[in-house]
Ligand binder design. Structure first.
Ligand SMILES: NC(=O)c1ccc[n+]([C@@H]2O[C@H](COP(=O)([O-])OP(=O)(O)OC[C@H]3O[C@@H](n4cnc5c(N)ncnc54)[C@H](OP(=O)(O)O)[C@@H]3O)[C@@H](O)[C@H]2O)c1
Length: 322
């Protein structure tokens, strides 16, 4: 459960079909893959208005149209920091215009989970939360969330309109939210949805120093994929691979099983554009870790240093090199 929403234990991040990882498959193939994910047990799908400038919402909406009432559909709105949102009324107007545009592109009458894509530093979380309460009352959304929020932002927002889920980067390589955000979600009954749960593919073990990234692929600029860091992080992959072999699983599956073992309100949304990998990732739900194995993995992970990360600031540099 994510708040009051019942979802499959692993979702599908749909961003890569139109955004962030270089060219995706043709539209027809993408629609087929999204529907195949549902056929393979996935009922939770993630998009955002900014992915492919709206084209990703259109794609996901079309793919889910025949099964709309059987899935949980999440999308996000983003308010640029330089947008004029001086009054509460202007914030409300902005968000109402954006939710209506998303509903239209998705071809649906309601959004199950509507996230603020980044918490704005110049708009109090309470103001956003209050508008989310209006949207829930209007029946446009069923629940709402924040992305990359701090514990304080979560608590402030939640006190006005309870949050359904927080979506933030979380994986074996990025654990900063374990300290405060995940415990706060547990305390408040909020779901936690890790994005980039495979560290943008690194944890699958399929990326080498020689791998070339093209176009809008964020791995051209995030430091986790600096050639030196790919090499320096090899001991981490060796560790995960050895656990994977002992469980008859793949490194990607172990990386997902690890986080799902932690808390039942953690629902990762890996993204892939091949059926084989989509099924592999969903199959992580069948990889059961017993406590001893999990504790052993945690212990060994403590001795491994992680190099590089994924930041919005680095991703913004893509514009300069494209
Ligand atoms: N809220 C936010 O700010 C935010 C930010 C980023 C992402 N997101 C959401 O979170 C979702 C997931 O993030 P992400 O796409 O970065 O997650 P991810 O699953 O960590 O990384 C996706 C990358 O890993 C590769 N991959 C996935 N499964 C694989 C496997 N089993 N074996 C080998 N390679 C594999 C994919 O390649 P192929 O596609 O080529 O298979 C793709 O390049 C996105 O789709 C988006 O919906 C949200």
């Amino acid at each position: 459960m994510l708040g009051n929403l019942n979802v499959s234990s692993i979702g599908l991040g749909c961003m890569g079909f139109s955004h962030g990882y270089g060219d995706g498959p043709e539209k027809k193939e993408s629609i087929h893959l999204i529907r195949q994910a549902y056929e393979s047990g996935c009922t939770f799908f993630d998009t955002a208005e900014v992915y492919g400038n709206g084209s990703n919402e259109k794609l996901v909406g079309e793919a889910l149209e025949p099964i709309r009432d059987k899935v949980v559909l999440a999308t996000k709105f983003k308010i640029d920091d330089n947008t004029s949102t001086s009054s509460e009324k202007s914030v409300s107007q902005f968000i109402h215009a954006h939710v209506d545009a998303s509903l239209k592109k998705l071809g649906t009458e309601y959004i199950d989970l509507y996230y603020q894509h980044r918490v704005n530093k110049n708009i109090p979380p309470e103001v956003i939360a209050s508008v989310m309460g209006e949207l829930i009352e209007e029946g446009k959304i069923r629940g709402w969330g924040q992305s990359q929020a701090t514990e304080e932002e979560i608590r402030r927002a939640h006190s006005i309109t309870p949050l359904t889920a927080v979506q933030s980067e979380y994986s074996i390589m990025e654990r900063k939210f374990e300290k405060d955000v995940i415990p706060a979600c547990e305390e408040l009954g909020i779901g936690f949805v890790p994005f980039s749960p495979l560290a943008s593919g690194f944890l699958s073990g399929t990326i080498q120093k020689e791998t070339e990234f093209k176009g809008d692929d964020v791995r051209r600029v995030i430091t986790r994929f600096d050639k030196n860091n790919i090499e320096a992080n090899q001991p981490l992959l060796d560790l995960i691979t050895s656990f994977a072999h002992s469980k008859g699983a793949t490194p990607a599956q172990i990386s997902l099983a690890w986080m799902m073992h932690k808390k039942d309100f953690i629902v990762p949304i890996p993204g892939s554009r091949t059926l084989e990998r989509i099924r592999e990732n969903l199959g992580a739900a069948e990889v059961e870790m017993i406590n001893n194995e999990f504790q052993q993995m945690e212990k060994e992970l403590q001795n491994v240093q992680i190099y590089g990360d994924r930041t919005d600031e680095d991703i913004a540099k893509l514009k300069e090199i494209n």
